[in-house]
Ligand binder design. Structure first.
Ligand code: ATP
Ligand code: MG
Length: 490
């Protein structure tokens, strides 16, 4: 088998492949460019260095670097550019990486990290660097394509070893669910160092669709592209969707627009209703770094009548909901979500201690997420296992409370966590960023119309900000330690 890129060049050399700002490349042109980058890297990276890290925001250089390093058979450690120096040091040490390909703008960040070889991510100049070899590399399916760290929402990020076979299974399942063809153009405002972004490159290579990359998410630019028909599909996270709704154009999006693939975390039902009223086709999805992108998704036909559901398992995926003894529970009963399928990775990097915690003896992956399947097999997410609050024997799911508080005027952000309580074991409390006039009483007068009494937050803490991971997710576990003090309004 030749590389996936070569396959696209053979099948559709003149088909549009890649868009970056005002530039465009066909598959043949991408391959030509990749050849130059491959030559450059083969001069700079010794053969014996099997593993190479990349540190860059989205850019055309990042895109070509990924493809070229794969041509050279390297395992790519994709680093989040928002990591603190300490987090970065942890990931580099954990992955035992000695060589980092870094964007020019990020080079200064590395001055404090020694014992690393840095390669600046700059376009190979002219033809000098070009070694005239055909791209004839092979993507071995069992080989590691990428190592990506989880977001660290529930604790320390874990290095996830993603093989080409995992990525391939994910792309094929997406094709089946969303009917992706080479006529599609996938817009990528999400970072390439995340599975949400990297998986779009894989789909391009496997399915032959076009790919438009953005340096960062800018609602106005993306809206304009969607209105002008410059993309048929886009991957977004909840906060991007909110901004797109605020910028929704009067004339709507182009008729070529097919779907917004929404993933990464929970979304408020209000936002989804708004999408429906605008006629924006949203495909809600559920997935994680360990499953190489979405594994459960809601198809268009179900979007209207299954609001709030993450959908059904994609092709080749099996799902079950289990209790603490790992026994399947009945429909509509909440338990832990277990997954099995070719896109689920089999191990964490250096993660022997996780093997029995996260994988059952018969190979199911324990997601650490809680949810239920309805009678028809649609999945609903309710909480992270680690965020569940058990108060006087009742299970409380913080997201349910957060969705209500979010609607209170003046609330910008909210995180509900459990706080130890002598009587109840634990009680819900809310950390809120918002107007200083917000009080526990006012919130609860409002919330009691929607929530049972035991779910009402016992205390409200006003904050200037909430702890976030490098990928922008709420890191609630940090509100349960002494660190919480740093976020409280004075
Ligand atoms: P860590 O594993 O380090 O704690 P993380 O789980 O946030 O971090 P990711 O792999 O980036 O790392 O995120 C996957 C998680 O995001 C899922 O396990 C789930 O908790 C959450 N998630 C993904 N999709 C959805 C969704 N549609 N609704 C609710 N939560 C979701
Ligand atoms: Mg996780």
């Amino acid at each position: 088998m030749s590389s996936w890129l070569q396959k696209q060049v053979n099948e559709r050399p003149d088909h549009p492949a890649f868009y970056w700002q005002d530039e465009a490349w066909t598959f043949a042109e991408v391959a030509q460019e990749v050849k130059q980058w491959t030559a450059l890297f083969s001069l700079k990276i010794p053969n014996k260095e099997k593993r190479v890290a990349l540190f860059s925001r989205n850019s055309k250089e990042m895109y070509f670097s990924i493809l070229a390093l794969w041509e050279l058979g390297k395992e790519l450690v994709l680093l989040n550019t928002h990591l603190s120096l300490q987090e970065l040091h942890y990931q580099l040490t954990d992955s035992k990486v000695k060589l980092v390909v870094v964007s020019t703008e990020s080079l200064p960040f590395f001055t404090e990290l020694d014992q690393l070889t840095l390669i600046e991510m700059i376009e190979p100049e002219g033809t000098e660097a070009v070694v005239e070899t055909e791209i004839d590399s092979i993507y071995q399916l069992k080989a590691t394509a990428s190592i990506m760290y989880t977001s660290g929402t529930t604790g320390n990020p874990k290095g996830v070893v993603q093989c080409f076979s995992n990525h391939l299974a994910s792309a094929m399942a997406t094709q089946e669910n969303m009917n992706i063809t080479d006529e599609d153009c996938w817009l990528c405002p999400v970072p390439l160092f995340h599975i949400s972004g990297l998986s779009i490159i894989i789909r391009q290579l496997v399915l032959g669709c076009s790919f438009r990359l953005y340096h960062k998410f800018d609602a106005k630019i993306v809206t304009n592209d969607l209105a002008e028909g410059r993309g048929t599909v886009i991957s977004v996270v909840a906060i991007m969707l909110q901004e797109l709704l605020e910028n929704y154009p009067k004339k709507g999006y182009s008729s070529a627009f097919k779907a917004m693939l929404l993933g990464g975390g929970p979304i408020s039902p209000k936002a989804l209703e708004k999408c429906e009223s605008y006629g924006i086709p949203v495909i809600q999805s559920y997935g994680m770094t360990e499953t190489c992108s979405q594994v459960v998704a809601l198809s268009f036909k179900d979007a209207g009548n299954k609001i709030g559901s993450a959908g059904k398992p994609l092709m080749g995926m099996a799902i079950k909901i289990v209790d603490e003894q790992e026994k399947r529970v009945a429909p509509n009963e909440v338990g832990e979500i277990l997954l099995k399928g070719k896109n689920v990775v089999r191990a964490y990097l250096n993660g022997e201690q996780w093997q029995t915690v996260k994988w059952t003896v018969d190979g199911w992956f324990k997601t650490g997420d809680m949810g239920y399947l309805d009678e028809e097999g649609y999945l609903y997410l309710v909480s992270r296992l680690s965020e569940l609050i058990i108060s006087g024997g009742e299970n409380i799911y913080p997201t349910e409370i957060e969705h209500v508080i979010q609607e209170f005027p003046g609330v910008k952000e909210v995180a509900v966590v459990g706080e130890a309580d002598a009587k109840w074991g634990a009680v819900p409390v809310a950390y809120i960023v918002g107007e200083s006039t917000i009080t526990t009483e006012r919130i609860n007068t409002f919330a009691k119309h929607y929530l049972a009494k035991y779910k009402l937050p016992k205390r409200i803490y006003l904050c200037h900000s909430l702890p976030k991971t490098a990928s922008g997710k709420l890191a609630k576990h940090r509100l349960t330690t002494r660190e919480r003090e740093a976020f409280l309004s004075k």
